[in-house]
Design a protein around this ligand. Structure first.
Ligand code: KG4
Ligand code: ZN
Length: 333
């Protein structure tokens, strides 16, 4: 008998539902919340309300697109955390009541583990053990992945996440939220002519808060001399900041590869959609003899396919939870 998993994701500002049959993605639907743009960041209260509006239509659409009947679903996998508690509550409550009404089991999923397992949504799938650089709006981690459900964080940010570095830079430049994709776009027409320092952090950890401060001071100083500095140099500033963020990430993953001897290298999370990071990883991989794994765009940012994939491996191991399960804002991989 085939195994069909419904995945539900609602940890931040995207509401997503996906269907997976025997490990193959049948549908993956995402409702983005435009409402946060005007605030320059995700407003938890607004996000939670939008999830309430979006969740039923998104699940219905995912089932329709998959071309299945809801009675064919074997289990529901949902993001239990980490994330915004008000957002998580909507997905968790929906998953619990839907599972109860269908009489099927529930599977809790760690959102950060799911970003790593997004690599198993489609071929080529990495071989074990592999290293995954997970870079999102809330996290920056190097994960040593021994098997689907056995992973260990061997390096992480001490302050801001890589996505935050992009988003906070965007705010300083007067760009919309989330700024990562906008900076990526603008940087294509610019050159990395401004030099921002690379932080010297021991081991495999990261730090991005110093970069943010140096960008702030640089912009303040430059605007004093020329009030139109940002407008006149936007593309070059974007290219310079992006190139520094990418070099920080690539240098640490290279160090991790050297220290562990692992040559299977993957990237995951929203920032892995960045074109320079993708190109630089591929180029570095060729030079160093790695096999590199870069997810399709739809599996980089938050999506429910990765939740369903993680749910599938937990289903195979019989890892279910009861109706008493509650969301958690913090949860280690
Ligand atoms: O994984 P994700 O969708 O949500 C979280 O779990 O945080 O990541 C969102 C982050 C945001 O900070 C966004 O600016 C960044 O990913 N991002 C990008 C790009 N696309 C999304 N950053 C740089 N370049 C991109 N193309
Ligand atoms: Zn995420």
């Amino acid at each position: 008998m085939s195994i069909t998993i419904l995945g539900i994701e609602s940890s931040c500002d995207d509401t997503s539902a996906a269907l997976l049959r025997d490990g193959e993605v049948l549908s993956n639907c995402v409702a983005n919340q435009e409402a946060h743009r005007i605030y320059g960041g995700v407003v938890p209260e607004v996000a939670s309300r939008a999830h309430q509006i979006n969740i039923i239509p998104v699940v219905d659409l995912a089932i329709k697109k998959a071309g299945i009947d809801k009675r064919e679903i074997s289990a529901i996998a949902f993001t239990r955390g980490p994330g915004l508690i008000g957002s998580l509550i909507v997905g968790v409550s929906f998953a619990k009541s839907y599972a109860l009404s269908l009489g099927i089991p529930l599977i809790e999923v760690n959102h950060m583990q799911a970003h790593v397992l997004a690599h198993f949504a489609e071929a080529p799938r990495p071989g074990f053990p592999f290293l995954c650089l997970t870079v999102s709006g809330g996290h920056t981690q190097i994960v040593l992945v021994r098997s689907h459900l056995d992973m260990e964080v061997i390096g992480q940010t001490l302050d801001d996440a890589a996505g935050e570095a992009f988003d906070k830079t965007g705010k300083l430049l007067g760009l919309d939220y989330p700024a990562g994709p906008i900076i990526d776009q603008l940087a294509r027409n610019g050159k990395a002519v401004f030099d921002f320092p690379e932080p010297q952090i021991p081991g495999l950890d990261f730090s991005f808060s110093g970069l943010k401060t140096s960008i702030l001071y640089f912009l303040q100083k430059s605007r004093k001399e020329n009030p139109a500095f940002i407008e006149e140099n936007r593309a070059d500033i974007c290219a310079s900041v992006q190139s520094r963020i990418v070099s920080i990430l690539i240098n640490k993953i290279s160090q991790a590869a050297e220290e562990t001897g692992i040559r299977e290298i993957a990237i995951a999370g929203g920032v892995s959609a960045n074109s320079e990071l993708r190109a630089t990883l591929e180029k570095t991989g060729k030079e160093k003899g790695w096999n590199t794994y870069i997810p399709k765009f739809e599996y980089c940012t938050d999506n429910a396919a990765m939740i369903a994939v993680t749910g599938y491996y937990k289903y195979l191991k019989g890892e279910f939870v009861g109706q008493e399960v509650e969301p958690v804002a913090r949860w280690k991989v």
